[in-house]
Design a protein around this ligand. Structure first.
Ligand code: DLL
Length: 442
């Protein structure tokens, strides 16, 4: 608590585990790791077979270093065992199912016992507390309710926190704005791109966003950049916190930003992190960028052992000014699988966003369109510009276009056609923004 940035640190009894001495935390993690491997071995056929192929028994996990011997679990394992074959509990002990998009048409299914749902609420309480919220806050939950884990995950956490939760779910932006304004909402939960849409619509409705009691946004479920955070904070007059999670592990509540807003603390007593080289699968030392892998240490209905998230980040081990001892992950800007290759160069949509937002006059609404003509790949970046600029002289537009082109080229190393479009021309999303349109025939 040495840093002035962290004066808003809110302590909630559930957060005690965030501050555990590291030695104690490692002991707890090992005991839980051993128990969950035993459970998965005894109850889940796919996992047992993979252990047997490696001549491994649960008792071979004697230290946390031994976990590197265990097989990985990947997204297609969930597709191949669809719908219920990874469950370790009887259906009669499962109180909730959620689903998320898979690699093919079928979704992946995830399950929770009552104990799992309780753990989920408790890690969401720790998330909200880390973001400075507590009893007395009025939380508008605009994550989608339904099969998506965002809505119900945040909902039960907000209730357990003792806050007032308004379950608006996603969509109907004008009603969202009415609720924000009339119900004295102090925090909103949604994707960062949807929040931008809300601010923009509120502006058109003549609402002064900064005059509202809203003080925090609990944003996640899609990659966003530090530039975008700064813009949201300026335009919304709020603190914008990054929260991370994935259905396979629990949903939201795996990791959260804190008052220091530098990286996201992992709730390590429930989710054991590793960073691996995405090509070789080899464990990487702390601080090295690579693919994030999680083992669920307490998830009873559907234990996940060494699940490869495809999210690229690094583990930050330096002491955080907020005082939490659990490790952090750096903001996740990209996945190992949303990468596209154009003219032999690997590109991530978040890199394009960064290039665009580095230039004044653009709005954070953009789309990347990939086409192929006569065997040549082309990339067009369509980006909305402010209304003032759009109505301005042709010269100014051309100047901006060139600047953006250079900025993109500077960051990704190849040229792209930049098209400036009027505000509101790019389709808005109420959930995850669709940034990439790949029209190439692969
Ligand atoms: O998006 C869970 C969630 C809901 C997280 C609400 C945060 C808030 P899935 O639909 O399974 O679960 O998608 C998980 O979304 O592997 C990341 O690639 C991406 N993702 C989630 N949060 C972030 C974030 C939910 N803060 C996938 N930054 C993950 C970057 C994120 N990417």
């Amino acid at each position: 608590m040495s840093d002035v940035k962290c004066t808003s640190n809110v302590f909630h009894p559930n957060s005690a585990m965030d501050f555990l001495p590291v030695g104690q935390l490692r002991q707890l993690q090992l005991a839980r790791y051993q128990a969950i491997v035993r459970r998965a071995y005894e109850k889940v056929e796919l996992f047992r077979k993979r252990m047997e192929e490696r001549s491994l028994k649960p008792e071979d996990i004697k230290s946390l270093d031994d976990v590197a011997k265990l097989p990985f679990t990947i997204k297609t394992d969930l597709r191949d065992t669809y719908p219920f074959d990874l469950f370790a509990s009887e259906m009669s002990d499962i109180v909730r199912l959620h689903a998320s998009s898979g690699t093919t048409g079928k979704p992946i299914v995830v399950a929770y016992t009552q104990q799992d749902v309780d753990v989920w609420a408790s890690v969401m309480v720790r998330t909200f507390a880390a973001c400075g919220l507590g009893k007395g806050d009025i939380i508008q939950n605009s994550y989608g309710y339904g099969l998506f884990t965002g809505g119900l995950g945040a909902h039960y956490g907000a209730e357990a926190l003792g806050a007032t939760v308004i379950p608006t779910s996603g969509g109907n932006t004008e009603r969202q704005i009415m609720v924000l304004k009339d119900f004295n909402v102090t925090a909103i939960c949604c994707t960062p791109s949807y929040f931008l849409h809300i601010i923009e619509r509120a502006g058109e409705m003549g609402i002064d966003f900064k005059a509202l009691p809203l003080k925090a946004g609990i944003f996640g479920a899609e990659p966003w950049t530090e530039n975008m955070r700064v813009r949201i904070e300026e335009e919304g007059g709020i603190k914008a916190y990054d929260i991370y999670g994935l259905s396979e592990i629990i949903g939201p509540g795996v990791a959260s930003a804190c008052c220091a807003q530098e990286g996201l603390h992992i709730f390590e007593d429930h989710f054991y992190p590793e960073i691996i080289d995405p090509q070789t699968g080899d464990p990487q030392p702390d601080g090295t960028e690579g693919e994030l892998v999680f083992t669920t240490l307490s998830k009873w209905a559907m234990p996940m052992i060494r699940y490869r998230t495809r999210d690229i980040t690094r583990l930050m081990t330096e002491q955080c000014p907020c005082g939490r001892t659990v490790r952090r992950i750096a903001r996740i800007g990209r996945r190992s699988d949303d990468m596209f290759i154009i003219r032999g160069v690997n590109v991530f949509p978040s890199q394009i966003e960064e290039a665009l937002l580095a230039v004044e006059g653009t709005l954070p609404h953009y789309q990347i369109v990939l086409t192929r003509a006569k065997g040549l790949d082309n990339m067009e970046v369509q980006v909305e510009v402010t209304a003032d600029l759009f109505s301005d002289k042709i010269g100014a537009m051309e100047g901006l276009q060139q600047k953006l082109g250079k900025s993109v080229e500077h960051i990704i190393g190849i040229r792209a056609k930049v098209s400036l479009v009027e505000p509101h021309t790019i389709a808005r999303s109420e959930g995850k923004a669709k940034r990439l349109i790949d029209k190439r025939e692969m």
